[in-house]
Design a protein around this ligand. Structure first.
Ligand code: SAM
Length: 670
């Protein structure tokens, strides 16, 4: 036993160009083994071959075991191939089985003539072996080959998944031969069984899809003509799984409903595949194989073939016909993998209760999807199909008649409220209504609903100023005087407020006198609540001294209909919160008069304001606060504060201010 294995191993290790099967086919007996060993062994290792031969010869008296030993040797090699094949199948990776394994299986199932497989021996030992073995060797090879095939089938039975007891070995061999088709149908069936047919790629849904359930019976049905797989012999015909049927559109054109129900119906007597699977008959067994994991091995139908095979009599058939199939079939023949996916179409399947003749064939609704607009509610009847609204359009603008291209390009989303209300406000009137008959009163959309992006408006002759500057002929004197006043104020012994947690505007001693708290006049700290100029600076400028954008500042210049420029809030402000400091040039009264007389004589707007100590602050060269208009019902007020000994003016919110509101204050003209 051990010697025989050694001999086989030594043979297998030879660098022979011949295949393994050719080596085995020349083995006819102990002599042949020894001759092959001698002929194929390397010349550098004569002792090994002699040892092998002697060892085989030493086992010659055990004649009963020789034949079985040879079979074991041959079947060992065959089994090695089969074992690999079965391992892949068991591991669920059968789809990726290399082709060579499938070929090996096919080769073993079809015995070939050894003469056609092997060239005549060329070495002297081989010639001697051929002379001695002669015909006997060929006969033995045929016998051995047949035996090898039998062993292979048995081995497959042992290592593969359990098959129904009624399944014949021949059937199993046929199933192996068409394993590639099996792979295709397996994917198709898995999609169906998982209930995900709706999400099945369109390549699996070829135009028309016909589904047969297992709940209804159709006696007298026969297999559909031409439903067999192309290239398959009658011996390899297998019933297709009853879980699904795929008909081509062409086939539907040829076959009427009656044909399908009668002629193309599956033969009567077939039962539910799951129930029939265990009975052992040919049909149920095949159906069983097609409806389980193993079923995929039995069903070898290509998805792309798209023909319905015979089916159970217990079937409920519902049909759907592609409306456009009369013109051109959407189904492309050939491999499913090579198809271009067809456009998914909605299929209406009638209920089983409806009349079969009238309801089993339904037409598929085609055409682009259209949004179903509301027919009631606030935004209904907005005329989406005919209304092409734009905010740039104003009263008097004639609405453009929507074209077909406009309707196609229209956004299917819900209409924006400004467009809808613009129409309702009669901004685009087809027939001008008097104001009292208009359905809605004009209103302004809240800034949160429709907030335009900040727009940078270039104002002529205006340059943003960051700090107050002393200007004019007396500027040097004025600046020195202001510096002296700040110095005296800092040297004074500060009287600290009595606030504990927060410096309230109405209770803090400093706040009541319009003095901003600092560390020398307040014990609360940085966030006492009465350090708004400091807060404003932090809001506008970071620690590195860089100025923030207008979102941080919170205001921006706007254009008003009749008051020139104005200022609007870009954020919300609480009551008594500082909005913006009024910054400009600090001039004397004489300088102010001169400017009004000489410089601003042609100007319509003036930005001069009393400051302190008979000084004037001119905002012509100032910051954005100069654009704040006057209002008798303002939302802001102008206040003058002393900050660290310096007098400064700022605009404070007189109430809560919404984002987008225009800022106004009362000028208090004298
Ligand atoms: C400090 S400026 C305000 C900014 C000015 N609207 C502009 O475009 O530069 C003051 C001037 O604005 C105009 N103004 C401000 N409030 C107004 C109002 N409520 N009605 C009409 N004009 C106003 C007046 O011409 C006034 O002299």
């Amino acid at each position: 036993m051990g010697d025989a294995n050694t001999a086989v191993h030594s043979t297998a290790r030879q660098p022979s160009p011949q295949s393994d099967l050719s080596i085995l086919s020349h083995i006819t007996g102990p002599e042949a083994v020894s001759s092959i060993d001698a002929s194929l062994a390397p010349s550098s290792t004569p002792d090994t071959s002699q040892a092998d031969t002697s060892s085989v010869n030493s086992d010659a008296p055990k004649a009963n075991n020789e034949q079985s030993a040879l079979q074991r040797r041959q079947s060992t090699r065959t089994r090695a191939v089969v074992a690999t094949y079965n391992d892949k199948e068991l591991a669920g990776t059968r789809l990726h089985t290399p082709r060579k394994y499938l070929k090996g299986a096919a080769a073993s199932s079809k015995p070939q003539s050894p003469a056609s497989l092997h060239p005549p021996p060329t070495t002297p030992a081989a010639v001697e072996s051929a002379d001695n073995g002669g015909q006997l060797g060929n006969d033995a090879v045929e016998t051995e080959t047949v035996e090898t095939t039998t062993i292979e089938i048995e081995e497959r039975k042992e290592t593969s998944a359990p098959t129904p007891e009624s399944e014949e070995p021949e059937l199993a061999a046929q199933r192996r031969a068409s394993s590639r088709r099996r792979a295709t149908i397996a994917t198709y069936n898995d999609k169906e069984n998982a209930g995900t047919r709706i999400h099945t790629p369109t390549k699996y849904i070829d135009g028309t899809y016909i589904r047969k359930s297992l709940s209804d019976g159709l006696p007298g049905q026969t297999p559909l003509a031409g439903s067999e797989s192309v290239g398959r012999s009658s011996s390899t015909k297998r019933p297709q799984s009853s879980l699904r049927k795929s008909y081509t559109a062409d086939q539907l054109e040829q076959d009427s409903v009656g044909d399908v129900l009668g002629k193309n119906s599956p033969a009567s007597g077939q039962r539910d595949p799951k129930r029939a699977a265990g009975k052992g008959s040919q049909g149920p067994r095949a159906i069983f194989l097609a409806s389980s994991k193993r079923k995929n091995a039995a069903s070898r139908k290509h998805v792309g073939e798209g023909h319905g095979d015979s089916d159970d009599s217990d079937s409920d058939i519902s049909f759907a016909r592609v409306k456009s199939s009369t013109k051109k079939s959407p189904v492309k023949r050939g491999s499913a993998h090579g198809k271009r996916p067809v456009k998914r179409q909605r299929i209406i399947e009638p209920s089983p209760e409806t009349d079969l003749d009238s309801a089993r064939i339904t037409e598929i609704k085609e055409g682009p999807w259209r949004k179903p607009w509301l027919n009631a509610g606030k935004f209904h009847n907005t005329g989406q199909d005919d209304f092409v609204g734009r905010l740039s359009a104003v009263i008097g603008h004639k609405p453009k008649k929507a074209t077909e291209a406009d309707r196609e390009q229209q956004n299917p989303l819900f209409p924006m409220p400004m467009f809808s209300m613009a129409e309702k406000l009669d901004l685009y009137p087809k027939k001008k209504l008097p104001e009292h008959k208009r359905p809605f009163e004009p209103f302004q959309l809240p800034f949160e609903v429709f907030s335009p992006l900040p727009r940078e408006i270039k104002v002529k002759d205006w340059r943003d100023l960051k700090r107050n500057e002393y200007k004019g002929e007396d500027a040097q004197e004025t600046r020195a005087r202001a510096k002296e006043q700040r110095k005296q104020a800092r040297q004074m012994e500060a009287s600290k407020c009595n606030c504990i947690d927060k410096c309230d505007r109405d209770n803090c001693f400093n706040a009541v006198l319009f003095f901003e708290c600092d560390d020398s006049s307040c014990n609360v700290g940085r966030h006492c609540g009465n350090r708004q100029f400091t807060d404003l600076r932090k809001r506008q400028q970071d620690d590195r001294g860089l100025w923030h954008n207008k979102y941080n500042i919170g205001v921006e210049v706007m254009e008003t209909p009749n008051r020139g420029h104005g200022v609007r809030a870009m954020r919300t402000f609480n009551k008594d919160q500082i909005v913006i400091e009024y910054i400009g040039e600090i001039i004397t009264q004489q300088e102010s008069d001169r400017r009004v007389r000489e410089v601003y004589k042609d100007h319509k707007c003036f930005y001069l304001m009393n400051f302190y100590d008979k000084l004037i602050i001119d905002g012509f060269r100032g910051n954005i606060a100069r654009f704040v208009n006057h209002s008798c019902n303002p939302n802001c007020r102008m206040e003058k504060w002393t900050v660290n000994g310096e007098v400064r003016m700022a605009l404070f919110a007189d109430r809560y201010i919404m984002t987008g509101e225009e800022l106004t204050w009362h000028y208090n003209f004298e």
